[in-house]
Each structure stands twice: as structure tokens, then as C-alpha cells.
Design a protein around this ligand. Structure first.
Ligand SMILES: N[C@H](CCC[C@H](N)C(=O)O)C(=O)O
Length: 280
């Protein structure tokens, strides 16, 4: 493997990504190397590490997603929008299909420069989340987290548990997030969202991401939040703006079950990873 790997630092609402192009060079890192790059003091730091790979099934490219703890994720909404923006610029296209482990995601440039992604269907069955107990995922009491009320579970490719609380701002996420993420009710762990209703079409969300911790925004989490809010009757319709720490995403749960998300993307800087300095 080449030891020098060029990267771009991108973000969507401050949800930040190291993006590498593995279409020409070998860009496979070991779990320890993903962790080393993800260290914000010793490495570059990122919420997700995104690797662009050749397409497997007719799309323009395939995207692999890793968390800073080295684990793989099946979905990353903001990362999908960032990489799609890059690939649309490269191809001179306004619409592309970017493949992930869960399938091809249609991404489009909106008139105002923001990027929309169709994240695919929200999956709601208990085996699809997945959770360990057979139950209606609309309202699930999570052992140890009873204080936050029942959670609504949504799989957006990756598992989410959404808690509706009076004031999401007031919670100490760093303390309450980790034990819920790793609760045995989630065999694959879960991303944890705390949400307050600001208006019938506006929700405030804070997130504790699986494998990453507190982030400024989580696209798949914002999608899960709107689906959960509609299921619980917290909003009258199926569209809402979700206010994250880093900005606002516009989400629609379409009648066909797909969830669309629109928001900004940005590139911060480029650099080179010296993999030989990161251990093996
Ligand atoms: N930031 C991402 C989600 C990463 C999900 C990851 N933490 C996991 O499922 O393990 C997003 O915009 O959707």
C-alpha cells in the first residue's frame, strides 16, 4: 500500500469527514489506523472516514464509512451529501447514484447549491433496527433510560433511537449517551437522538453517535427524528426542519417510505495522511 494517502476534509453542518479516493490507490486502513487518524490531537480527527471506491452495482461510485472507533457504519447522511457533491462536480452532473452497503442512493444538487439525498426507506421492524426484544418500535422503554420516556426506533441503514424530551439542550449527552448506545437492547449498538419539538415543522435534535460520540449534526439521525416524530404524532405532517448544533437540515418522509434530506456541504482543507507514521 502507498504510505501517503491524499485526503479532503469536508463537513455538513460541522459533521466532519476525512474523504479519501480509493478508486486508484489502495486506501484500505487497519482498524487501528482508522482510530489513529480519528484522534483529534495525534491524527486529523473526523466524525466519519469516507472511502470512495469503484461502483459495484451501476452507480457512479461506492462509499465505505468508518467511525473514529474503527467500526464500520452502514449509513452516513451528511457524508453521502459531501461525497456526492464532490462526485457531481467531478462528473459535471446534477444528479448521481452513490452506492453504500445498503444500496444506491440518489443524490441531487438543489437550486440553491445545497445537496439532497434520498436515504432510502426508513425500516421500522424490530428485527430491522435491530433490537433484542420483539416489540412495536414506535414506543420502546429502554432499560436504564426510563427518565427520558419511551424511545422510537428507526433504521436508516443504521440503527437510531429517538427520545422526545422537554428540553434537549438541558441534557448532559456525554454522560447519558454512552450507556444507551451500548445497552444490550441494541445488539449492534445505536445512534441516540434527543429531540424537542419547537414548532409543528421544526425540531431541535442533539445526537450521541454510535462509534463517534457527540457530533455537531447527524444526517441519518435527523431523518430518523422526522420519521419518529411523525410516527408519534409529534408533528402533523411528514416534513420538518431539524435544528442541529451545526445548522439546519430539511427532511421529508415521502409517502413511498423513502426519506429525503437537504442541507449544505463544505470543504475545509486538503492534506496527506502518512500511513507509515500511524502504525499498522
Ligand atoms: N454522521 C452520520 C451518521 C454516522 C453514523 C454512525 N455513527 C453509525 O451509524 O455508526 C450521518 O450524517 O448520518
Amino acid at each position: 500500500m502507498s504510505t501517503n494517502l491524499p485526503f479532503l476534509k469536508m463537513h455538513g453542518l460541522g459533521n466532519d469527514f476525512v474523504v479519501v479516493d480509493g478508486r486508484k490507490a489502495d486506501a484500505a486502513l487497519s482498524e487501528a489506523q482508522y482510530r489513529a487518524v480519528g484522534d483529534r490531537r495525534r491524527g486529523v480527527g473526523y466524525d466519519q472516514f469516507l472511502t470512495i471506491l469503484p461502483p459495484k452495482n451501476g452507480g457512479l461510485a461506492y462509499m465505505a464509512i468508518h467511525n473514529p472507533d474503527g467500526s464500520q457504519a452502514q449509513a452516513c447522511g451528511n457524508g453521502t451529501r459531501c461525497v456526492a457533491s464532490l462526485l457531481m462536480d467531478e462528473a459535471g452532473a446534477e444528479e448521481i447514484v452513490l452506492e453504500t452497503v445498503v444500496g444506491g442512493l440518489v443524490c441531487k444538487r438543489a437550486a440553491d447549491g445545497r445537496v439532497t439525498v434520498d436515504m432510502g426507506k426508513a425500516n421500522l421492524g424490530w428485527t430491522e433496527i435491530p433490537i433484542a426484544v420483539e416489540t412495536d418500535t414506535r414506543e420502546v422503554t429502554v432499560p436504564g433510560a426510563e427518565a427520558y420516556g419511551p424511545a422510537t426506533m428507526v433504521n436508516m441503514g443504521n440503527p437510531h433511537a429517538v427520545f422526545f424530551v422537554e428540553d434537549a439542550e438541558a441534557l448532559d449527552l456525554a454522560r447519558i449517551g454512552p450507556p444507551i448506545e451500548t445497552n444490550p437492547i441494541f445488539p449492534e449498538r445505536a445512534n441516540i437522538e434527543f429531540v424537542s419539538v419547537l414548532a409543528p415543522d421544526r425540531l431541535r435534535m442533539r445526537v450521541w453517535e454510535r462509534g463517534a460520540g457527540i457530533t455537531q449534526a447527524c444526517g441519518s439521525g435527523a431523518c430518523a427524528t422526522v420519521v419518529a416524530a411523525a410516527r408519534r404524532g409529534m408533528i402533523p405532517g411528514r416534513s420538518a426542519s431539524v435544528v442541529l448544533d451545526g445548522g439546519v437540515l430539511d427532511i421529508t418522509w415521502r409517502a413511498d417510505g423513502h426519506v429525503e434530506m437537504t442541507g449544505p456541504v463544505a470543504t475545509s482543507f486538503s492534506g496527506t495522511l502518512d500511513l507509515s507514521a500511524l502504525g499498522s
